[in-house]
Ligand binder design. Structure first.
Ligand SMILES: Nc1ncnc2c1ncn2[C@@H]1O[C@H](COP(=O)(O)OP(=O)(O)O)[C@@H](O)[C@H]1O
Ligand SMILES: O=c1ccn([C@@H]2O[C@H](COP(=O)(O)O)[C@@H](O)[C@H]2O)c(=O)[nH]1
Length: 208
């Protein structure tokens, strides 16, 4: 039996442009056969911790993510099942009580920092991309984004960057680059990469 849902992974450093690339593809493809899930949705539930304790979590280590649930959802999507994806709220460092129903569209884009770091997760993907944006550019974009959209201040972003974001990038994310099928430079506005990926996705939708 032909596989119905194709899973496409977009990995890379925080603020490398993964989400922008995924959203641009969704907007420009204008197809009901494509949707996007963020790995961030699968940060573990932290309701049992105080806000102060939550700020100390290492959100760049694989242990902070419920990859088991994510893999279960990836496998269910491939079997044609709609899945309840958790909704994550960065401002409280926790999941919200509601979930988002994601249907098994022909192509499901999944974007996240640690998608290629473990064999169990990366083996579920049919196509794997890695956003290869220089780290200093990522830091500048993260500072701006986290202050404007994620309820953070400059001191906390810089402290977290030095204590966990950069070290975990070196330990887990950068070494996972070798597992990508395609490496994308210049961030989420790389027009040639966007057009090539759109052509590939359209051909997958048409073959269906
Ligand atoms: N090529 C680019 N040029 C300018 N800004 C960009 C570019 N790529 C991403 N950004 C901006 O940088 C920030 C981080 O990008 P985002 O897509 O959220 O990264 P990620 O999903 O990898 O964490 C966002 O505010 C986004 O609009
Ligand atoms: O509560 C949280 C959860 C995550 N983070 C940071 O988010 C990034 C991953 O998301 P991107 O969209 O790829 O940037 C990761 O580096 C975590 O440090 C957080 O700060 N707080």
């Amino acid at each position: 039996m032909a596989q119905n849902t194709i899973l496409v992974g977009i990995a890379g450093a925080s603020a490398s442009g993964k989400s922008l690339l995924a959203q641009t593809l969704i907007k420009e493809l204008q197809s009901e056969q494509v949707c996007v899930i963020s790995e961030d949705s699968y940060y573990k539930d932290q309701s049992h911790l105080t806000m102060e304790e939550r700020t100390k979590t290492n959100y760049d280590h694989p242990d902070s993510l419920d990859h088991e649930l994510m893999i279960k959802h990836m496998q269910e999507l491939k079997l044609g099942t709609t899945v309840p994806v958790p909704v994550y709220d960065y401002s409280i460092h926790n999941r919200r009580s509601e979930t988002r129903a994601v249907k098994p569209t022909r192509v499901v884009l999944i974007e996240g920092i640690l998608l290629l770091a473990s064999p169990a997760v990366r083996n579920e993907f049919d196509l794997k991309f890695y956003m290869d944006t220089p780290l200093d550019i990522c830091l500048l974009r993260r500072l701006q984004r986290d202050i404007i959209s994620r309820g953070r201040d400059m001191d906390s972003v810089l402290k977290q960057y030095q204590e966990t974001v950069r070290p975990m990038f070196m330990q887990f994310i950068e070494p996972s680059r070798q597992y990508a099928d395609l490496i994308i430079p210049h961030g989420g506005r790389n027009r040639i990469a966007i057009d090539l990926i759109k052509t590939k996705i359209r051909s997958l939708i048409e073959k269906h």
